[in-house]
Design a protein around this ligand. Structure first.
Ligand code: GAP
Length: 459
């Protein structure tokens, strides 16, 4: 966190927020914890707490729903983290998945060459102290592991450096077992591991992280049209889950920054205080992957068109994004500190998370905890709601405090059971962003909430 502690988030009309506030909220309210903290932590590795895991699951489920379940020509798989080591030779990662690093001879700081300003590279000068930099050295990012127990017979392999490789490994099995025909896609969500030399900026650059991939297999003559199609769809998807639409853009990769497998690439970028940062890559992988795996495995992975009988290696459009970057960007996008106002005299911190992604959908609050009838009615409603969505029951402290606790974790609705409820069976439903309140018959609450927290996007 040291690189960014001083920095502030956000642009445009929203007040700038120090990133440490996001980190602190995440820890305080149980979204994210540093991994192995009692042993001093491990740089670039994090754990997700009770609210974090709910948010992550919602993010994953929404992606899966919109990419797999609502597209007839896309199916899903879940591959293993450890594969045969030859996979990573074929993929080019053993040879090419490297960062070039330099050290400052004076202040001993270490930098990735591709992260240095051009001027400093040209002048071989440290951007912090102006000292002389060492010659660049190459570091491979793949994390090694070993299969087997007998010393000398153990096989060295790697934790996957990009999750998508499983999709190429399973491509032929999917083709034979699920009646898909080109053009079609395979999706996967899964962990990837990189020995990042400069992990940092909280969840932005980690050593263990999660990716979501679509690999869409096409006839070479249709590559451009499908590339454009998915590029547009993915942009719209990200736009649909954020509040600050102006912080999203595309950036084409220059020829010197293309990955070894990509012939063309665009990044979907989100703007934070760190500048415009990659959120997802849309890559024109062409026939690189299936050709290489055919060559290295000796298995022919070409496709025969069932009608024309034409035989060819399919080309691939890849859309590859990060669950963790989505998690972080959504928190950045949603965070707001509202000053005291007529509606809330103390001011509040609020997460304006999209209700379909919010970790808790509703909080049920009895006005007073020492009035048995209020408590019983509130618990009954909570028990009914928790079968439909994540509901929290909270009776601790005054109602204003309880509202603020829920605002801070992004809960879109609070339902209060008060003395009028006992007379006419109505409750107060308070909405997070506007803080407006309406009264509803208690038996209408489940349908009212469901309507507002379920998926309703067409992207
Ligand atoms: N299969 C293509 C691929 O892996 P990438 O651009 O290296 O492409 C795709 O990674 C996405 O994975 C990125 O856009 C980003 O969201 C996420 N990602 C990559 N490295 C990451 C890291 N060290 N920590 C967190 N997320 C990362």
């Amino acid at each position: 966190m040291t690189q960014t502690e001083e920095q502030t988030l956000s642009t445009g009309d929203t007040p700038h927020v120090p990133i440490e506030k996001i980190v602190s909220l995440c820890k305080r309210r149980g979204f994210v914890y540093p991994n192995s903290e009692i042993y001093g932590g491990v740089s670039g590795i994090y754990d997700f707490g009770p609210l974090g895991v709910e948010l992550r699951n919602n993010i994953r489920r929404f992606w899966w729903w919109s990419m797999v379940q609502t597209n007839d020509n896309v199916v899903g798989i879940e591959g293993s983290i450890i594969t045969h080591p030859r996979v990573w030779e074929a993929s080019g990662h053993v040879e090419n998945f490297v960062d070039r690093l330099v050290d400052c001879k004076n202040c001993k700081r270490r930098f990735r060459v591709d992260h240095l300003p051009e001027e400093n590279v040209k002048q071989n000068k440290c951007p912090v102290c102006g000292g002389e930099l060492t010659e660049p050295r190459k570091f491979n990012l793949m994390m090694e592991t070993y299969i087997g127990v007998v010393e000398g017979e153990r096989m060295k392999t790697y934790l996957r450096g990009e999750a998508c490789q499983n999709i190429y490994l399973d491509y032929d099995n999917v083709l034979k077992s699920s009646r898909v025909q080109i053009p079609f896609g395979i999706c996967q969500i899964g962990k990837a591991f990189r020995n990042e030399v400069t992990p940092g900026n909280f969840l932005f650059r980690q050593r263990e992280f999660e990716q979501w991939d679509l690999q869409f297999f096409v006839h070479p003559s249709e590559m451009q049209q499908w590339f454009d199609y998915w590029k547009e769809r993915r942009f719209e998807w990200y736009k649909s889950i954020i509040n600050h639409k102006d912080r999203l853009r595309f950036r084409p990769h220059g020829p010197d920054e293309l990955a070894h497998y990509a012939k063309q690439a665009f990044d979907v970028e989100y703007q934070t205080v760190l500048g415009w940062q990659e959120w997802e890559g849309i890559h024109w992988r062409q026939d690189w992957d299936l050709s290489r795996h055919s060559e290295y495995s000796g298995q022919d992975l070409s496709y025969t068109d069932p009608e024309t009988k034409e035989r060819y290696i399919p080309w691939i459009v890849e859309t590859s994004g990060g669950v963790d970057r989505t998690f972080l960007n959504l928190l950045i996008d949603a965070y707001e500190e509202e000053p005291p106002s007529g509606k809330d005299k103390e001011g509040r911190t609020v997460l304006h998370l999209n209700p379909i992604l919010a970790p808790v959908k509703v909080a049920v609050l009895p006005l007073q905890k020492n009035k048995e009838e209020l408590v019983t009615t509130a618990k009954e409603l909570h028990h009914k709601l928790r079968r439909l969505m994540v509901s929290q029951y909270d009776e601790v402290s005054n109602i204003g405090r309880r509202y603020r606790r829920q605002d801070e974790i992004g809960t879109p609705f609070c339902v209060t059971i008060d003395f009028t409820t006992l007379e006419d069976q109505t409750v107060t439903v308070r909405e997070r962003d506007s803080m407006s309140q309406i009264r509803l018959p208690i038996n209408e609450v489940p349908a009212y909430l469901l309507e507002r927290v379920r998926w309703d996007y067409s992207v």
